[in-house]
Design a protein around this ligand. Structure first.
Ligand code: DLL
Length: 427
């Protein structure tokens, strides 16, 4: 579609969607009223900046139903991702929303060269996480033979990949790298598998990692971006050019803002990505601040697609970490520590070993609750680890350390030591 037509479509959809949200979502109507904006003030995309932002904190405040755009009986699905504290983000989908989302994922598969001739192995997690369901739905829409593997069980992944001749692989880039290593360990060469392409996202990865994965698996590796609040994977996807991801602009408007001031920035400037969903019914987000930092570009793409492109996220404007594909906030860790009777004196150490993230948390013991035997310490560590697993969904290694041994900083506490930075991983 020519860019002018995309703009016209967005203008029309935006006007309709703002009215829909104003009429149906009291929480957002209150935000608009507070800012003195009425639906009639929004005549097209040039008026977008007049609308208030939505942030992760709003989602927590409105949890669980406060941002629903329609009666709950019209919704057919939920998915969920981490919140900043105990409350997770819960997103609702009508059948129309699921269809639109699956179309977006289907586009990603087609852009990577997929068709109904392909066997698509989906090893993103199935469940509350959007990765499995999204790529699964997209794969069906394309007509691929879909292998709903979910994550883990590497031996079975490899057996099915080889026996059922998988041609497409959908998983996190770190799991793709791990599969590559595991295949090698089992004595397979890259040319022994039938894989042609992989669609990898949900966590930051680098061009070096892309080359490694392509070499190890003998495939083309494509990036895919998305977030639960806006639907899930497929908000943006890479094409054959493998240089930036096309944003599905018929469904989402992308803006870049200054993360400090909230002011919109021109295309080509680095800043925080903000999305407006144009036709979602269940969980319609207007000007949702993703906290992902990137650059947008309208340069002509050799694939012929006219959709705006985004670079890989280059970092975040908040303290969210992505560990083994799972979003983790330090505030969640603090919530657990306080509930378990610890002071919030802790340090998170992240590293990457054999393409897999390691996640350690050093926690200071309380001076008045100092276990006197190694066995008692181990048992306390285990208890804390279980509580962390319940909150975060992944297992950190807990190390209880003596009181006052974690270095105090004069300014902001240094809570996160991310050694993955040396591999270019920025969140
Ligand atoms: O991670 C959706 C997804 C699933 C995307 C499968 C791609 C593939 P959330 O759990 O809500 O949703 O996490 C969203 O993950 O704001 C980014 O910070 C990060 N992220 C997602 N895709 C990429 C990517 C899914 N390709 C958050 N590169 C987003 C870097 C990514 N970071």
């Amino acid at each position: 579609m020519p860019v002018e037509e995309i703009k016209k479509l967005q203008d029309e959809k935006l006007v309709r969607q703002v009215k829909y949200v104003y009429d149906n979502v009291k929480y957002y109507r209150d935000l608009m009223d507070k800012k003195g904006v009425k639906p009639e003030d929004i005549k097209g995309t040039e008026d977008l900046h007049k609308l208030p932002f939505l942030k992760k904190d709003d989602l927590r405040e409105a949890y669980p139903y406060g941002l629903l755009g329609t009666d709950i009986k019209n919704c057919v699905r939920i998915h969920s991702t981490s919140g900043t504290t105990g409350k997770r983000v819960v997103a609702f989908y009508t059948q129309h929303d699921v269809d639109m989302w699956e179309d977006c994922c289907a586009r990603a598969i087609v852009a990577a060269g997929g068709s109904s001739d392909d066997v698509c192995q989906v090893c993103y997690g199935y469940g509350l996480f959007t990765g499995g369901a999204g790529l699964h739905g997209g794969s069906h829409k394309v007509g691929c033979l879909t292998l709903p593997m979910s994550s883990g069980n590497t031996d079975r992944q490899i057996q099915f990949m080889m026996d059922l001749n998988s041609t497409f692989l959908c998983c996190t880039p770190s799991y793709a790298a791990y599969l590559g290593e595991s295949l090698k360990e089992k004595g397979y060469k890259p040319e022994d598998n039938k894989l042609r392409a992989g669609i990898f996202g949900a966590e930051p990865w680098t061009e070096e990692m892309r080359r490694d994965i392509e070499k190890a698996l003998g495939i083309k590796a494509y990036d895919i971006y998305g977030l639960t609040e806006i639907s899930g994977p497929g908000v943006a996807f890479e094409c054959e050019e493998q240089k930036g991801m096309h944003i599905n602009e018929d469904h989402f408007i992308a803006e870049i803002i200054d993360p400090e001031t909230g002011e919109p920035l021109p295309i080509g400037t680095k800043g925080e990505l903000v999305f407006t969903s144009l036709d979602k019914e269940g969980f319609p987000m207007l000007r949702y601040r993703t906290r992902d930092i990137c650059v947008l570009s309208r340069e002509k793409c050799s694939c012929g697609r006219t959709f705006l492109k985004m670079t890989k996220p280059m970092g975040r404007s908040d303290d969210m970490m992505i560990i083994r594909g799972v979003n983790v906030f330090p505030s969640q860790i603090e919530t657990v520590l306080l509930k378990q009777g610890y002071a919030p004196n802790y340090q998170i150490i992240l590293d990457r070993v054999n393409n897999s993230d390691t996640f350690d948390i050093n926690v200071e013991m309380n001076p008045d609750d100092f276990p006197d035997s190694p066995k008692a310490i181990t048992s306390k560590e285990k208890k804390l680890q279980d509580a962390m697993k319940a909150m975060l969904g992944i297992n950190p290694k807990i190390h209880l350390v003596a009181p006052k041994t974690i270095e105090r900083s004069e300014g902001k506490a240094v809570r996160i030591i991310d050694k993955r930075k040396r591999y270019g991983i920025t969140t």
